[in-house]
Design a protein around this ligand. Structure first.
Ligand SMILES: Nc1ncnc2c1ncn2[C@@H]1O[C@H](COP(=O)(O)OP(=O)(O)OP(=O)(O)O)[C@@H](O)[C@H]1O
Length: 230
């Protein structure tokens, strides 16, 4: 379980996150939704210590980020986007590296097959399309096998078949007890996979349980000031 208490973050005078407190239980998927430039990526960076938050703000399974940084970070995986992959290395090079660093026993070939990546697992990243790189990135999450998966806009550039494939994999990870925080602009997909949705607005989180409501209408109501239809 990730527990966050009184998280604040600002870039200089620009406050991005104001006194956020929340928990993410094991075996759950939380959607993270907000317009461009609101602070979704900033929040994800804070949760893994890439941006400073201060002591006694975040614990992962009872381990404090600031007191036991290595033990905290060993329980999560976050790679912001496919631009951070090494262009000259192959997909399988990346997977081998993650498997070693996260002390994982996940089988690489099974992961590659589950994502339909057999045809390009030995290709260099520079020779892949955006969607293929997104698959490689998700494969790294699966190989890391970490408790907490912080995933930033994983559906960008994906075709509808791949979106369904990713959603199925998210559901499998949840069923295996993993904790997923997934930012996305695809409200239909957020509605399909999330248990709860965090709408980030005015530096705060508005948390909503997903009870089958129209998430696009919720987005319109929260961010665009649209009235709900009867
Ligand atoms: N390194 C930085 N220095 C200063 N300001 C930054 C920095 N990184 C981001 N910001 C600002 O923080 C705000 C939030 O950015 P962030 O990338 O977290 O938004 P986001 O919600 O992930 O957006 P998007 O949906 O476009 O990816 C923006 O106003 C951005 O300009």
């Amino acid at each position: 379980m990730l527990k966050v208490q009184h998280l604040n973050f600002a870039f200089g005078h620009q406050v991005i996150l104001n006194d956020l407190s929340f928990t993410l239980p094991d075996g759950s998927i939380t959607g993270l939704v907000a317009p461009n430039g609101t602070g979704k990526t900033t929040l994800l960076r804070c949760l893994c210590g890439l941006l400073p938050s201060g002591p006694q703000v975040m614990t992962l399974n009872g381990i404090d980020l600031y007191q036991k940084r290595k033990a905290y970070l060993g329980q999560l995986f976050f790679l912001e986007n496919s631009n951070q992959l090494y262009a000259d290395l192959t997909v399988i090079d990346h997977l081998k590296c993650v498997r070693k660093m996260w002390h994982s026993s996940v089988d690489l070939q099974t992961t590659i097959a589950s994502l339909g990546m057999n045809g390009y697992a030995k290709k260099r990243i520079r020779d892949l399309s955006l969607g293929m790189k997104q698959h490689a990135l998700l494969a790294m999450y699966l190989v890391a096998d970490a408790q907490l998966m912080l995933i930033d806009e994983p559906l960008n550039g994906l075709d509808p078949t791949s979106i369904r494939q990713f959603e199925r994999i998210f559901a499998e990870q949840k069923a295996a007890g993993k904790t997923l925080l997934v930012s996305s602009h695809q409200m239909d997909s957020v509605a399909r996979v999330s248990d709860d949705v965090f709408f980030l607005k005015d530096q705060k989180i508005l948390a909503e349980a997903n009870t089958g409501q129209d998430m696009m209408a919720e987005y319109g109501r929260i961010f665009l000031g649209e009235q709900a239809h009867a």
